[in-house]
Ligand binder design. Structure first.
Ligand code: ADP
Length: 412
Protein backbone atom coordinates (compact mmCIF):
# COMPACT_ATOMS: atom_id res chain seq x y z
CA UNK A 1 0.00 0.00 0.00
CA UNK A 2 2.51 2.58 -1.25
CA UNK A 3 1.68 6.23 -1.86
CA UNK A 4 3.99 8.75 -3.54
CA UNK A 5 3.59 12.40 -2.55
CA UNK A 6 4.78 15.05 -5.01
CA UNK A 7 5.27 18.78 -4.45
CA UNK A 8 6.16 20.36 -7.79
CA UNK A 9 7.63 23.85 -7.95
CA UNK A 10 8.60 25.78 -11.05
CA UNK A 11 12.15 24.38 -11.02
CA UNK A 12 11.92 21.64 -8.40
CA UNK A 13 10.08 18.44 -7.47
CA UNK A 14 10.06 17.24 -3.85
CA UNK A 15 8.84 13.71 -3.16
CA UNK A 16 8.20 11.19 -0.40
CA UNK A 17 7.24 7.56 -0.74
CA UNK A 18 5.16 6.11 2.12
CA UNK A 19 4.19 2.59 3.06
CA UNK A 20 0.70 3.43 4.34
CA UNK A 21 0.35 0.16 6.26
CA UNK A 22 2.48 1.73 9.00
CA UNK A 23 2.95 5.25 7.54
CA UNK A 24 6.72 4.70 7.31
CA UNK A 25 8.83 6.69 4.84
CA UNK A 26 10.49 4.35 2.32
CA UNK A 27 12.28 7.09 0.39
CA UNK A 28 12.29 10.85 -0.05
CA UNK A 29 14.18 13.52 -1.88
CA UNK A 30 14.14 16.40 -4.26
CA UNK A 31 15.16 17.49 -7.70
CA UNK A 32 16.32 21.08 -7.79
CA UNK A 33 17.21 23.60 -10.46
CA UNK A 34 15.35 21.84 -13.26
CA UNK A 35 16.29 23.38 -16.60
CA UNK A 36 19.23 25.25 -15.07
CA UNK A 37 22.95 24.50 -14.76
CA UNK A 38 23.50 22.82 -11.42
CA UNK A 39 20.40 20.62 -11.59
CA UNK A 40 20.65 17.66 -9.24
CA UNK A 41 18.78 14.82 -7.57
CA UNK A 42 19.10 14.31 -3.84
CA UNK A 43 17.63 10.94 -2.78
CA UNK A 44 17.21 9.39 0.67
CA UNK A 45 16.23 5.74 0.96
CA UNK A 46 16.00 2.90 3.43
CA UNK A 47 18.82 0.34 3.14
CA UNK A 48 18.14 -3.42 3.49
CA UNK A 49 19.51 -2.99 7.06
CA UNK A 50 16.71 -0.51 7.75
CA UNK A 51 18.89 2.61 7.98
CA UNK A 52 18.37 5.77 5.92
CA UNK A 53 21.09 6.52 3.32
CA UNK A 54 21.50 9.48 0.98
CA UNK A 55 22.84 9.95 -2.55
CA UNK A 56 23.28 13.21 -4.46
CA UNK A 57 23.65 13.09 -8.24
CA UNK A 58 24.49 16.12 -10.37
CA UNK A 59 22.64 15.56 -13.64
CA UNK A 60 21.40 17.63 -16.54
CA UNK A 61 17.64 17.66 -15.86
CA UNK A 62 15.97 19.55 -18.68
CA UNK A 63 12.30 19.41 -17.65
CA UNK A 64 9.77 18.03 -15.16
CA UNK A 65 9.15 14.92 -17.27
CA UNK A 66 12.82 13.97 -17.13
CA UNK A 67 12.74 14.79 -13.42
CA UNK A 68 9.81 12.40 -12.79
CA UNK A 69 11.58 9.63 -14.75
CA UNK A 70 14.72 10.13 -12.67
CA UNK A 71 12.73 9.90 -9.44
CA UNK A 72 11.12 6.65 -10.69
CA UNK A 73 14.57 5.19 -11.52
CA UNK A 74 16.03 6.28 -8.16
CA UNK A 75 13.08 4.63 -6.36
CA UNK A 76 13.52 1.46 -8.45
CA UNK A 77 17.31 1.25 -8.14
CA UNK A 78 17.27 1.70 -4.36
CA UNK A 79 14.61 -1.00 -3.96
CA UNK A 80 11.85 1.35 -2.70
CA UNK A 81 9.47 0.79 -5.60
CA UNK A 82 9.82 -1.92 -8.25
CA UNK A 83 7.47 -0.15 -10.65
CA UNK A 84 5.02 2.78 -10.53
CA UNK A 85 2.27 0.14 -10.99
CA UNK A 86 2.95 -0.80 -7.35
CA UNK A 87 1.56 2.57 -6.21
CA UNK A 88 -1.90 2.79 -4.69
CA UNK A 89 -1.90 6.47 -5.65
CA UNK A 90 0.06 9.65 -6.14
CA UNK A 91 -0.87 12.64 -3.96
CA UNK A 92 -0.07 16.10 -5.30
CA UNK A 93 0.25 19.27 -3.24
CA UNK A 94 -1.73 22.02 -4.96
CA UNK A 95 -1.48 25.51 -3.50
CA UNK A 96 -4.77 27.10 -4.58
CA UNK A 97 -8.09 25.34 -4.87
CA UNK A 98 -10.20 28.53 -4.83
CA UNK A 99 -13.81 28.04 -3.68
CA UNK A 100 -14.25 25.00 -5.88
CA UNK A 101 -12.07 22.47 -4.07
CA UNK A 102 -13.08 21.84 -0.47
CA UNK A 103 -11.76 18.26 -0.32
CA UNK A 104 -8.91 16.22 -1.78
CA UNK A 105 -9.97 15.43 -5.34
CA UNK A 106 -9.16 12.70 -7.86
CA UNK A 107 -7.29 14.30 -10.76
CA UNK A 108 -9.15 14.15 -14.08
CA UNK A 109 -8.84 16.35 -17.20
CA UNK A 110 -11.79 18.41 -15.86
CA UNK A 111 -10.07 18.90 -12.51
CA UNK A 112 -6.86 19.96 -14.26
CA UNK A 113 -8.85 22.49 -16.29
CA UNK A 114 -10.47 23.86 -13.10
CA UNK A 115 -7.06 24.20 -11.39
CA UNK A 116 -5.79 25.96 -14.52
CA UNK A 117 -8.72 28.38 -14.19
CA UNK A 118 -7.41 29.33 -10.73
CA UNK A 119 -3.97 30.41 -12.01
CA UNK A 120 -4.78 34.15 -11.64
CA UNK A 121 -5.18 33.53 -7.87
CA UNK A 122 -1.82 31.72 -7.58
CA UNK A 123 0.22 32.64 -10.65
CA UNK A 124 3.52 31.39 -9.21
CA UNK A 125 2.38 28.10 -7.72
CA UNK A 126 -0.58 26.59 -9.57
CA UNK A 127 1.19 26.36 -12.98
CA UNK A 128 4.07 24.41 -11.41
CA UNK A 129 1.65 22.14 -9.49
CA UNK A 130 -0.26 21.51 -12.74
CA UNK A 131 2.91 20.64 -14.59
CA UNK A 132 3.77 18.05 -11.94
CA UNK A 133 0.30 16.46 -12.22
CA UNK A 134 0.38 16.38 -16.02
CA UNK A 135 3.82 14.76 -16.11
CA UNK A 136 2.92 12.19 -13.43
CA UNK A 137 -0.27 11.29 -15.33
CA UNK A 138 1.68 10.85 -18.55
CA UNK A 139 4.43 8.78 -16.95
CA UNK A 140 2.17 6.67 -14.68
CA UNK A 141 -1.20 6.64 -16.47
CA UNK A 142 -2.61 3.66 -14.58
CA UNK A 143 -1.93 5.14 -11.11
CA UNK A 144 -4.79 7.16 -9.53
CA UNK A 145 -3.72 10.72 -8.77
CA UNK A 146 -5.20 12.96 -6.09
CA UNK A 147 -4.88 16.74 -5.69
CA UNK A 148 -4.65 17.95 -2.07
CA UNK A 149 -5.18 21.70 -1.73
CA UNK A 150 -3.46 24.07 0.74
CA UNK A 151 -6.64 26.14 0.83
CA UNK A 152 -9.18 23.31 1.37
CA UNK A 153 -9.10 23.17 5.19
CA UNK A 154 -10.05 26.87 5.30
CA UNK A 155 -13.14 26.45 3.15
CA UNK A 156 -15.23 26.04 6.33
CA UNK A 157 -14.55 29.71 7.23
CA UNK A 158 -17.89 31.60 7.26
CA UNK A 159 -18.54 34.63 4.99
CA UNK A 160 -18.25 37.17 7.83
CA UNK A 161 -14.62 36.06 8.20
CA UNK A 162 -13.68 35.42 4.58
CA UNK A 163 -15.20 38.48 2.89
CA UNK A 164 -13.29 41.77 2.69
CA UNK A 165 -15.23 44.99 3.17
CA UNK A 166 -14.87 46.07 -0.47
CA UNK A 167 -17.53 46.24 -3.21
CA UNK A 168 -19.40 42.96 -3.59
CA UNK A 169 -18.78 42.86 -7.33
CA UNK A 170 -15.03 42.43 -6.73
CA UNK A 171 -15.83 39.24 -4.88
CA UNK A 172 -18.35 38.06 -7.45
CA UNK A 173 -16.36 38.93 -10.57
CA UNK A 174 -12.79 38.44 -9.31
CA UNK A 175 -13.13 36.05 -6.34
CA UNK A 176 -11.48 38.56 -3.97
CA UNK A 177 -11.88 36.96 -0.53
CA UNK A 178 -9.82 35.29 2.19
CA UNK A 179 -8.69 31.77 1.22
CA UNK A 180 -5.83 31.04 3.62
CA UNK A 181 -2.92 28.65 3.10
CA UNK A 182 -0.92 26.04 5.07
CA UNK A 183 -4.28 24.23 5.45
CA UNK A 184 -2.70 20.78 5.19
CA UNK A 185 -0.39 21.61 8.09
CA UNK A 186 -3.11 23.23 10.26
CA UNK A 187 -5.37 20.20 9.70
CA UNK A 188 -2.58 17.73 10.53
CA UNK A 189 -1.43 19.41 13.75
CA UNK A 190 -5.00 19.92 14.98
CA UNK A 191 -5.65 16.19 14.49
CA UNK A 192 -2.37 15.25 16.21
CA UNK A 193 -3.06 17.66 19.09
CA UNK A 194 -6.40 15.92 19.73
CA UNK A 195 -4.64 12.53 19.70
CA UNK A 196 -1.97 13.87 22.05
CA UNK A 197 -4.60 15.26 24.45
CA UNK A 198 -6.65 12.05 24.12
CA UNK A 199 -9.77 14.08 23.35
CA UNK A 200 -12.04 14.04 20.28
CA UNK A 201 -11.07 16.82 17.85
CA UNK A 202 -14.69 17.92 17.66
CA UNK A 203 -14.66 18.68 21.40
CA UNK A 204 -11.73 21.15 21.21
CA UNK A 205 -11.16 24.83 20.44
CA UNK A 206 -7.64 25.28 19.10
CA UNK A 207 -5.39 28.01 17.73
CA UNK A 208 -2.70 26.67 15.50
CA UNK A 209 0.42 28.71 14.69
CA UNK A 210 2.36 27.46 11.67
CA UNK A 211 5.64 29.41 11.93
CA UNK A 212 8.09 28.56 9.15
CA UNK A 213 9.54 30.85 6.47
CA UNK A 214 5.90 31.60 5.72
CA UNK A 215 3.68 31.87 8.80
CA UNK A 216 -0.03 31.72 9.52
CA UNK A 217 -2.48 31.28 12.37
CA UNK A 218 -5.77 29.35 12.27
CA UNK A 219 -8.75 29.38 14.63
CA UNK A 220 -10.14 25.84 14.75
CA UNK A 221 -13.51 25.29 16.45
CA UNK A 222 -14.42 21.65 17.06
CA UNK A 223 -12.21 20.50 14.19
CA UNK A 224 -13.39 23.10 11.66
CA UNK A 225 -11.38 26.15 10.67
CA UNK A 226 -13.34 29.36 11.33
CA UNK A 227 -10.65 31.93 10.55
CA UNK A 228 -7.07 32.17 9.35
CA UNK A 229 -4.51 34.95 9.02
CA UNK A 230 -3.44 34.57 5.38
CA UNK A 231 -5.86 36.04 2.86
CA UNK A 232 -6.35 36.16 -0.89
CA UNK A 233 -2.60 35.53 -1.01
CA UNK A 234 -0.04 34.41 1.60
CA UNK A 235 1.01 38.05 2.16
CA UNK A 236 -1.58 38.88 4.84
CA UNK A 237 -1.36 38.19 8.55
CA UNK A 238 1.70 37.37 10.64
CA UNK A 239 5.18 38.78 10.11
CA UNK A 240 7.19 36.24 8.08
CA UNK A 241 10.79 35.73 6.93
CA UNK A 242 10.51 38.18 4.03
CA UNK A 243 6.75 38.99 3.89
CA UNK A 244 5.27 41.96 5.74
CA UNK A 245 1.96 40.41 6.82
CA UNK A 246 -0.80 42.88 7.85
CA UNK A 247 -0.34 46.37 6.46
CA UNK A 248 -2.42 49.49 5.90
CA UNK A 249 -3.31 49.03 2.19
CA UNK A 250 -2.89 52.77 1.67
CA UNK A 251 0.86 52.33 2.21
CA UNK A 252 1.05 50.83 -1.29
CA UNK A 253 -0.49 53.94 -2.91
CA UNK A 254 1.59 56.24 -0.72
CA UNK A 255 4.79 54.45 -1.78
CA UNK A 256 3.78 54.55 -5.41
CA UNK A 257 3.23 58.31 -5.18
CA UNK A 258 6.25 59.16 -3.08
CA UNK A 259 8.90 56.84 -4.56
CA UNK A 260 7.70 56.36 -8.13
CA UNK A 261 8.04 52.59 -7.68
CA UNK A 262 5.84 50.48 -9.98
CA UNK A 263 3.16 48.23 -8.37
CA UNK A 264 5.22 45.14 -9.34
CA UNK A 265 8.26 46.55 -7.54
CA UNK A 266 6.23 47.32 -4.40
CA UNK A 267 4.74 43.80 -4.58
CA UNK A 268 8.25 42.39 -4.69
CA UNK A 269 9.38 44.54 -1.71
CA UNK A 270 6.40 43.42 0.40
CA UNK A 271 6.94 39.74 -0.46
CA UNK A 272 10.71 39.44 -0.64
CA UNK A 273 12.34 42.33 1.22
CA UNK A 274 10.04 42.80 4.20
CA UNK A 275 9.19 40.80 7.33
CA UNK A 276 12.17 39.88 9.54
CA UNK A 277 14.52 40.70 6.66
CA UNK A 278 13.08 44.18 6.26
CA UNK A 279 13.28 44.94 9.98
CA UNK A 280 16.75 43.60 10.79
CA UNK A 281 18.38 42.38 7.57
CA UNK A 282 18.15 38.63 8.34
CA UNK A 283 15.19 36.42 7.39
CA UNK A 284 16.34 33.20 9.07
CA UNK A 285 15.08 33.08 12.66
CA UNK A 286 18.24 31.32 13.87
CA UNK A 287 20.32 34.27 12.66
CA UNK A 288 17.81 36.78 14.05
CA UNK A 289 17.98 35.01 17.43
CA UNK A 290 21.79 35.06 17.44
CA UNK A 291 21.92 38.74 16.48
CA UNK A 292 19.41 39.62 19.21
CA UNK A 293 21.39 37.63 21.76
CA UNK A 294 24.52 39.58 20.78
CA UNK A 295 22.66 42.81 21.53
CA UNK A 296 21.61 43.92 18.03
CA UNK A 297 18.66 46.31 18.64
CA UNK A 298 17.11 45.76 15.19
CA UNK A 299 17.04 41.99 15.67
CA UNK A 300 15.55 42.52 19.15
CA UNK A 301 12.87 44.75 17.64
CA UNK A 302 12.18 42.15 14.89
CA UNK A 303 11.54 39.49 17.55
CA UNK A 304 9.33 41.83 19.61
CA UNK A 305 7.30 42.76 16.53
CA UNK A 306 7.04 39.10 15.42
CA UNK A 307 5.71 37.96 18.82
CA UNK A 308 3.46 41.01 19.27
CA UNK A 309 1.70 40.33 15.95
CA UNK A 310 1.14 36.71 16.97
CA UNK A 311 -0.24 37.78 20.37
CA UNK A 312 -2.78 40.02 18.65
CA UNK A 313 -4.01 37.03 16.65
CA UNK A 314 -4.13 34.82 19.75
CA UNK A 315 -6.33 37.45 21.43
CA UNK A 316 -8.59 37.83 18.40
CA UNK A 317 -9.01 34.10 17.85
CA UNK A 318 -9.53 33.48 21.57
CA UNK A 319 -12.46 35.91 21.30
CA UNK A 320 -14.02 34.44 18.15
CA UNK A 321 -13.60 30.85 19.35
CA UNK A 322 -15.41 31.71 22.59
CA UNK A 323 -12.72 30.07 24.71
CA UNK A 324 -9.60 28.06 24.06
CA UNK A 325 -8.41 24.55 24.91
CA UNK A 326 -5.04 24.51 23.19
CA UNK A 327 -2.45 26.68 21.45
CA UNK A 328 -0.32 24.75 18.95
CA UNK A 329 3.16 25.76 17.76
CA UNK A 330 4.47 24.14 14.58
CA UNK A 331 6.80 24.78 11.60
CA UNK A 332 10.58 25.32 11.81
CA UNK A 333 10.25 28.30 14.17
CA UNK A 334 7.28 27.02 16.18
CA UNK A 335 8.98 23.67 16.76
CA UNK A 336 12.49 24.95 17.48
CA UNK A 337 12.62 28.58 18.61
CA UNK A 338 11.89 28.53 22.35
CA UNK A 339 12.42 32.32 22.63
CA UNK A 340 9.61 32.88 20.11
CA UNK A 341 7.23 30.49 21.91
CA UNK A 342 8.04 32.25 25.18
CA UNK A 343 7.56 35.72 23.62
CA UNK A 344 4.17 34.77 22.16
CA UNK A 345 2.79 33.44 25.46
CA UNK A 346 4.27 36.09 27.78
CA UNK A 347 1.60 38.06 29.63
CA UNK A 348 -1.32 35.90 28.50
CA UNK A 349 -2.14 34.36 31.90
CA UNK A 350 -5.43 36.32 31.86
CA UNK A 351 -6.42 34.23 28.81
CA UNK A 352 -5.49 31.01 30.63
CA UNK A 353 -2.11 30.56 28.91
CA UNK A 354 0.67 29.92 31.40
CA UNK A 355 3.89 28.53 30.00
CA UNK A 356 6.31 26.44 32.04
CA UNK A 357 9.66 28.07 31.22
CA UNK A 358 11.68 24.94 31.93
CA UNK A 359 9.45 22.67 29.82
CA UNK A 360 9.71 25.20 27.00
CA UNK A 361 13.50 25.39 27.27
CA UNK A 362 14.00 21.63 27.54
CA UNK A 363 11.51 20.57 24.85
CA UNK A 364 12.91 17.61 22.86
CA UNK A 365 11.85 16.02 19.55
CA UNK A 366 8.19 15.09 19.05
CA UNK A 367 4.92 16.36 20.53
CA UNK A 368 5.16 18.15 23.88
CA UNK A 369 2.98 20.04 26.38
CA UNK A 370 4.65 23.19 27.69
CA UNK A 371 2.04 24.68 30.01
CA UNK A 372 2.20 24.85 33.81
CA UNK A 373 0.18 22.25 35.66
CA UNK A 374 -2.68 24.65 36.44
CA UNK A 375 -2.77 26.47 33.07
CA UNK A 376 -6.34 26.41 31.71
CA UNK A 377 -5.09 26.26 28.13
CA UNK A 378 -2.66 23.60 26.86
CA UNK A 379 0.42 24.98 25.10
CA UNK A 380 1.61 22.37 22.62
CA UNK A 381 4.43 21.81 20.18
CA UNK A 382 3.25 19.47 17.44
CA UNK A 383 5.76 18.77 14.62
CA UNK A 384 4.00 19.16 11.30
CA UNK A 385 4.14 16.58 8.52
CA UNK A 386 2.39 17.92 5.44
CA UNK A 387 3.60 15.05 3.23
CA UNK A 388 2.08 12.43 5.52
CA UNK A 389 -1.19 14.38 5.66
CA UNK A 390 -1.26 14.48 1.83
CA UNK A 391 -0.62 10.72 1.73
CA UNK A 392 -3.41 10.09 4.29
CA UNK A 393 -5.83 12.29 2.35
CA UNK A 394 -4.88 10.54 -0.89
CA UNK A 395 -5.75 7.19 0.65
CA UNK A 396 -8.98 8.56 2.16
CA UNK A 397 -10.03 10.08 -1.20
CA UNK A 398 -9.36 6.85 -3.11
CA UNK A 399 -11.12 4.71 -0.49
CA UNK A 400 -14.18 7.00 -0.51
CA UNK A 401 -14.24 6.84 -4.28
CA UNK A 402 -13.89 3.06 -4.17
CA UNK A 403 -16.78 2.66 -1.69
CA UNK A 404 -18.80 5.19 -3.72
CA UNK A 405 -18.28 3.23 -6.93
CA UNK A 406 -19.11 -0.02 -5.10
CA UNK A 407 -22.35 1.62 -3.98
CA UNK A 408 -23.01 2.74 -7.57
CA UNK A 409 -22.41 -0.76 -8.82
CA UNK A 410 -24.75 -2.15 -6.15
CA UNK A 411 -27.46 0.33 -7.09
CA UNK A 412 -27.39 -0.59 -10.79
P1 ADP B 1 9.40 26.38 5.33
O1 ADP B 1 8.28 27.33 5.56
O2 ADP B 1 10.31 26.79 4.21
O3 ADP B 1 9.00 24.93 5.31
P2 ADP B 1 10.51 25.75 7.94
O4 ADP B 1 9.22 25.28 8.52
O5 ADP B 1 11.59 24.76 7.74
O6 ADP B 1 10.33 26.59 6.61
O7 ADP B 1 11.05 26.91 8.91
C1 ADP B 1 12.18 27.65 8.61
C2 ADP B 1 12.43 28.63 9.75
O8 ADP B 1 12.63 27.88 10.96
C3 ADP B 1 13.67 29.49 9.55
O9 ADP B 1 13.41 30.82 9.92
C4 ADP B 1 14.66 28.86 10.53
O10 ADP B 1 15.59 29.78 10.99
C5 ADP B 1 13.74 28.44 11.65
N1 ADP B 1 14.40 27.48 12.53
C6 ADP B 1 14.74 26.21 12.28
N2 ADP B 1 15.41 25.69 13.33
C7 ADP B 1 15.49 26.67 14.27
C8 ADP B 1 16.07 26.78 15.58
N3 ADP B 1 16.69 25.74 16.16
N4 ADP B 1 15.93 27.94 16.25
C9 ADP B 1 15.32 29.01 15.68
N5 ADP B 1 14.76 28.97 14.46
C10 ADP B 1 14.86 27.83 13.76
Amino acid sequence: MKVLVLNSGSSSIKYQLFDMRDESVLASGSIEQIGETGSHLSHRFRTPQGEMAKTVQALAIGDHRQGFELISSALRETGALADTGELMGIGHRVVHGGEKFKEPTRVTPEVLAAIRGLIPLAPLHNPANLLGMEVAMECAPSVPQVAVFDTAFHQSIPPHAYRYAIPKKLYEAHQVRRYGFHGTSHRYVAKKAAEFLKKPLDSLNLISLHLGNGASAAAIKRGKCIDTSMGLTPLEGLIMGTRCGDLDPAIIFYLERETGLAPKEIESILNKESGLKGICGANDMRTVGELAQAGNPEAQLAISMYCYRIKKYIGAYHAVLGGLDGLIFTGGIGENAEFIRAGCCKGLAHLGLEMDTEKNRRRQEGCAALEQGDSRVKILVIPTNEELEIAEQTVACLETEESGSTLCREKQ
